[in-house]
Design a protein around this ligand. Structure first.
Ligand code: ZN
Length: 364
C-alpha cells in the first residue's frame, strides 16, 4: 500500500472541507510535503511511534497522520467532511486521485527487483522538458549540464509552440535563435551528449496543431499535447486520432491532460487512439510530473497491448524537476513495458532513425 498517497488524499480531503482559505492552504501544503517525501511515513516512525518533525506539517496534519498510521483511516477527516457539506466535491476529487504514486512509492518501485520493465540505468535521455524560452526557468546550457549529471546521453528541450500564449509559447524567430543556442551547447559536449530541439505543439479542438507542417519540420522532435477541453464530459476520440495521424508528430504527450484531484482530462476511446499510434509508430508518453502521471500504469498496459512504443518524460520546468522522469519509469515498471518499447532507452542512432521514419518501429 502507498501510505504516503493515502495520507496525501486524506489531507487534501481535509483541505477541501475547510471554509478558511488559510487552513485550506495549510492542509494542501502538508499534503504536498507528504507526497514528495522520499520515504514512506511508516519507515519514518521512531521506535516510540513518534513522527520526526517534517517541514510544512502542522499539528492538525500530524494528528491526522497518526490516526491513519494507527488505523488505516481518519475519523477526524470524515467528521470534517460531514460538517462541511462538500462531500460530493470531495468524493469527485478522490476519484481523480486514482492511480497516482507518491514519491516514496516511486522510489520503492524503482528498486523492487520483483517488478519488470525499465530500470533507471537503462534510461538514456528525457524527451520532454521546458526551458526559459517558454515557461521553464533554465537555459539550454543549464539543462544540458543537469542532464549530463544524471548520466543522460541525449535529451530534448520541448518548449511550447507559439499557439499556447498562456505558457509563453515560442515564436518561430525565437525557435531559430534557440536552435543556435542548442548548437553551441552541443558543440561543447560533442561525442558524449546531444540536446535535441523539440517542440510541444498544442492540439486544438479539432486535433490540428498550432504550427504549420513546414514549421514543425524544423524541429528534431514534435510532441503533440492537449491543453484545452480537458473538463468536457464528451468523447474526443476523433480529436486525438487526428493528432496521432499528423505526419510530423512523434510523441503524444500527457495524452489525457489530467491533473491529480482536479480534472480527468480528455475522454476518448483510447484503444482506437493507441491502435492508430501503434500503426504509425507514434510514441505514447508517460508524463512523470507528479500532478500528471499521464498515462498511468493501467492505461499504459492497454497501450502496450495495442503495440505502442512509449516515451517516458519528466515534463520538467526546472532542472530539479528532471527527477520526475523517475515517476514515469515507475509507471512503466508497473505496466511491465519492455525496454525495447521505450524510445528513451534506445541508442542514439535508433532514436534518430525512428524520428526520421517512425513507421520503422511499427509493431516490431
Ligand atoms: Zn503540456
Amino acid at each position: 500500500m502507498d501510505v504516503n498517497a493515502l495520507v496525501d488524499g486524506y489531507l487534501r480531503d481535509l483541505a477541501f472541507a475547510q471554509s478558511s482559505p488559510q487552513k485550506m492552504f495549510g492542509y494542501k501544503r502538508a499534503a504536498a510535503a507528504i507526497l514528495s517525501l522520499d520515504m514512506p511515513l511508516t519507515d519514518l516512525l521512531g521506535p516510540d511511534g513518534v513522527l520526526p518533525k517534517i517541514s510544512g506539517i502542522g499539528p492538525g496534519s500530524t494528528r491526522v497522520i497518526r490516526e491513519i498510521l494507527e488505523t488505516g483511516a481518519s475519523p477526524t477527516v470524515e467528521q470534517a467532511i460531514e460538517r462541511s457539506e462538500r462531500r460530493a466535491d470531495i468524493e469527485r476529487r478522490r476519484e481523480l486521485r486514482r492511480h497516482f504514486l507518491s514519491r516514496a512509492e516511486v522510489r520503492r518501485i524503482l528498486t523492487d527487483s520483483g517488478s519488470s520493465g525499465p530500470t533507471v540505468d537503462q534510461y538514456r535521455g528525457d524527451l520532454q522538458m521546458h526551458s526559459a524560452w517558454s515557461d521553464g526557468s533554465s537555459t539550454v546550457e543549464d539543462i544540458a549540464n543537469a542532464c549530463l549529471a544524471r548520466g543522460y546521453q541525449f535529451a530534448a528541450v520541448t518548449d511550447h509552440s507559439y499557439g499556447l500564449r498562456i505558457a509563453g509559447g515560442m515564436s518561430m524567430d525565437d525557435a531559430a535563435a534557440q536552435r543556435l543556442a542548442i548548437e553551441a551547447v552541443n558543440g561543447r559536449h560533442k561525442g558524449r551528449f546531444r540536446l535535441l530541439q523539440g517542440i510541444e505543439a498544442n492540439i486544438d479542438a479539432t486535433g490540428q496543431l498550432d504550427l504549420t507542417p513546414d514549421e514543425a519540420k524544423t524541429f528534431d522532435v514534435v510532441l503533440a499535447a492537449p491543453h484545452s477541453r480537458l473538463r468536457k464530459n464528451e468523447d474526443q476520440t476523433d480529436r486525438m486520432l487526428a493528432a496521432v495521424q499528423h505526419p510530423t508528430v512523434r510523441i503524444l504527450a500527457h495524452p489525457r491532460g489530467r491533473i491529480a484531484g482536479s480534472r480527468a482530462g480528455v475522454m476518448a476511446n483510447w484503444e482506437v487512439v493507441f491502435e492508430a499510434a501503434a500503426q504509425r509508430g507514434v510514441a505514447i508518453e508517460i508524463d512523470g510530473d507528479p500532478a500528471r502521471q499521464d498515462l498511468d500504469y493501467t492505461l499504459a498496459r492497454q497501450a502496450l497491448e495495442s503495440g505502442c512504443v512509449f516515451a517516458l518524460d519528466s515534463d520538467a520546468h526546472t532542472t530539479a524537476q528532471l527527477s520526475y522522469a523517475e515517476t514515469a519509469l515507475a509507471h512503466a515498471r508497473l505496466a511491465a513495458i519492455p525496454v525495447d518499447r521505450i524510445v528513451n532507452c534506445w541508442p542514439m542512432d535508433r532514436l534518430l532513425a525512428w524520428l526520421s521514419n517512425p513507421s520503422a518501429e511499427c509493431r516490431r
